[in-house]
Design a binder for this molecule. Structure first.
Ligand SMILES: [Ca+2]
Ligand SMILES: [Ca+2]
Length: 241
């Protein structure tokens, strides 16, 4: 395969092909990040716990959030959330559902983030090259649909709806999703890094660390309100087709 040809591989979003040969593929996702990503899948997205993400999971997540916040069907926030979730589902279908069965398995979910991280790393390398050659620089960009996903997570945690997260909100919401009160408080301390509040931009940076970093020491690790991730703790088996 040479540059300029369509490679046909599932991760080749940006063909004409600049994909590396298979024997030179980047190292696989680390066990630590695999646990984080599966925790996210199992806790926040696969709402009906059947091992796959479907449109109805996202609809249920949106419905749950609207009900918790007391947003009625005609509330503009409900409309925005519905639009966001519909766009998110289309993005997941496009970028993750490799066999086009309208289900995102855990394996497809992991491959999705593996690919996002790979593209992110290449973008960073290109940025570094531009800086070194004093050419015009582009900032590293996060795909719009991923920003929307982070936005949804922010809405989920921003219980007061005031556009910033504080410790009380974080602890309240995360204990609703199974965290202990002590773990949630300690996690807030570690992720907030002395800040009393975290705004959307700061939250996006934490999400980038959570989803894309293999380093357990980044503050974003603690977004899950867990102090550590042990390999093999998360259920990584999807149900048979
Ligand atoms: Ca499901
Ligand atoms: Ca699928």
């Amino acid at each position: 395969m040479v540059s300029g040809e369509w490679c046909g591989r599932w991760w080749a979003w940006a063909c004409p092909c600049f994909c590396p040969p298979i024997k030179h593929r980047d190292p696989p996702i680390s066990p630590f990040r695999r646990e984080k990503l599966l925790f996210e899948f199992n806790t926040f997205i696969d709402i009906n716990r059947d091992g796959v993400i479907e449109k109805r999971d996202l609809d249920a997540a949106a419905h749950r959030l609207c009900r918790r916040c007391g947003w009625r069907d005609d509330d503009p926030r409900t409309t925005r959330l519905t639009t966001l979730m519909n766009a998110l589902w289309l993005a997941l279908k496009e970028h993750a559902d490799t066999n086009h069965d309208d289900k995102i398995t855990r394996l497809e979910w992991l491959r999705l983030w593996e690919d996002v991280e790979r593209r992110w790393r290449r973008g960073t390398a290109r940025e570094s090259t531009r800086l070194s050659t004093r050419q015009e620089t582009n900032t590293r960009t996060t795909p719009e649909w991923i920003k929307e996903y982070f936005n949804y997570k922010f809405m989920l945690l921003d219980a007061a709806g005031d556009g910033v997260l504080d410790e009380e909100e974080f602890v309240y919401i995360m204990t609703q999703y199974g965290a202990s009160d002590l773990d949630a408080k300690n996690s807030w301390f570690l992720l907030a890094q002395g800040r009393r509040m975290v705004d959307l931009r700061g939250f996006e940076r934490l999400c980038e660390e959570f989803f894309l970093s293999d380093d357990p020491n980044t503050p974003g690790t603690y977004l899950a309100a867990r102090l550590y991730f042990l390999p093999g703790h998360q259920n990584d088996a999807s149900p048979p087709p």
